[in-house]
Design a protein around this ligand. Structure first.
Ligand code: SF4
Length: 423
């Protein structure tokens, strides 16, 4: 068994030895993307496993080992981890956990500390926790983000975003029920082994894959029926995670609408760009700022090619990051970086301007920043865009699901009324 080593502050480290023996548990935060992220990690000498549990036991563990005042995403992630470790009775001494650490002004930067506190309380403090961050906040000898791993993670997010966009624009219109889901399975099968390579530049390969995916989606038989579009925005976890938002996407599609969820990559670009913005405004290493700017530029160059492919294939493509940022003029300052900051407001404006004035703004209960940049913006948006039909839904482990669904249904019935009335 690997020896436990600690840093000077008493933090348990993920060591080189653990890298060979331990399984890294990854919480499910965004189903379209995390499968591929885990596949990418597994080809770089790591042994990662995606957690798929979503039962009551998990929520119970989260509530038991974290304070009931903490943010819902933290409670659910902590619950999912502890539940998974306890279920691995025979090898619980051979698992590590990985969690993102944003380094921003919000409580998300402290989720890692809350997780360690919960592990201690559950007598599991022999489990190392790895911080996934872009700011060098915590380092571990057994976990390094190499340029090749970074490139693979980048491809994984591009695939996730593209497949999500294609599925949302196809499934509500399919003639043969289940065609879209079956194609997703076929794509997942095809992508197995994709990340198993040693090259750093994979643009040609990933472009071929994406072109093939678009062609495959184009082969699905669809109707010409038009449906109202409903956008989903909000705090990053409850926006993408079916566990966090009580399967919102499924609920909406059952109501007969087309769901529009903005790409996950915009959140990463927003995070890099926000750090660069802060360095410029408040000072910091110039080199870091230039690297971040270059990163945003590089990612956008690659995303633009995908946007072009989507449009050529007859699909709607998400707007470029720069355009998204410019939409905030007159609404919110781009220096607003706490939580989802200006990005959330910009996504709502973009949805309204692109035919999806019906929006569900998802927020964890008691999430202060998103109540300002999300719910707090609804009135202002209504003044500028009278056709907007936005509902803010609070997500909490003790919130009434019936209440959530009733409010969503009311928004959907308004969406149908406005749509049929031709607004
Ligand atoms: S954005 Fe909201 S949910 Fe996320 S850490 Fe901040 S307060 Fe908590």
């Amino acid at each position: 068994m690997a020896k436990l080593e600690y840093d000077d502050d008493g933090r348990l480290l993920f060591t080189e030895e653990m890298r060979k023996e331990y399984t890294i548990l990854v919480p499910q935060m965004a189903p379209f993307h995390f499968e591929y992220l885990v596949d990418a990690m597994n080809t770089e000498g790591l042994r990662a496993e995606l957690l798929r549990s979503d039962d009551y036991e998990l929520i119970h563990e989260g509530m038991k080992y974290s304070h009931n005042d903490i943010c819902v995403p933290a409670m659910l992630v902590i619950g999912q981890f502890i539940d998974a470790i306890k279920k691995r009775k025979h090898d619980m001494h051979k698992v590590a956990l990985i969690i993102t650490q944003t380094g921003g002004g919000c409580r998300a930067s402290n989720y890692i500390k809350l997780l360690r506190k919960a592990l201690k309380k559950a007598h599991l403090d022999f489990v190392p926790v790895i911080s996934l961050n872009a700011n060098g906040l915590e380092k571990n000898p057994g976990f390094k983000i190499t340029p090749r791993l970074l490139h693979k993670l980048h491809d994984a997010i591009l695939f996730g975003d593209t497949i999500m966009t294609l599925m949302h624009q196809t499934r509500p219109y399919e003639i043969n029920e289940g065609d879209t889901d079956r194609l997703k399975e076929k794509i997942d099968e095809n992508l197995k082994g994709y990340f198993n390579h040693n090259s750093l530049f994979t643009w040609k390969r990933s472009k071929q894959k994406i072109r093939w995916m678009i062609e495959e989606f184009n082969n699905i038989e669809t109707t010409d029926v038009k449906k109202p579009k409903v956008g989903v925005v909000g705090e990053i976890y409850v926006k993408y995670s079916p566990l966090g938002n009580n399967r919102l996407e499924q609920t909406l599609e059952k109501e007969g609408v087309e769901v529009v969820v903005p790409p996950l990559y915009d959140f990463f670009l927003y995070s890099f760009d926000s750090r660069a913005h802060d360095i410029k405004r408040y000072g910091g290493p110039l080199k870091e700022r230039l690297v971040l700017k270059a990163l945003v530029w590089y990612i956008e160059v690659r995303r633009q090619k995908i946007r072009n492919m989507l449009k050529k294939g007859g699909f709607e493509a998400p707007v470029p990051y720069k355009k998204l940022k410019s939409l905030t003029k007159g609404f919110i300052d781009v220096g607003t970086h706490t939580g989802e900051g200006w990005l959330l407001t910009a996504e709502m404006i973009d949805l309204i301007e692109h035919g999806a004035p019906n929006i569900v703004c998802t927020q964890p209960f008691g999430c202060l920043p998103n109540h300002i940049v999300g719910k707090g913006m609804i009135k202002k948006l209504k003044n500028r865009y009278p056709e907007s039909n936005i509902v803010a839904i609070d997500y909490d482990t003790s919130a009434s699901q019936v209440n959530q669904i009733n409010r969503i249904n009311l928004m959907v019935s308004n969406a149908f009324r406005n749509f049929e009335g031709g607004r």
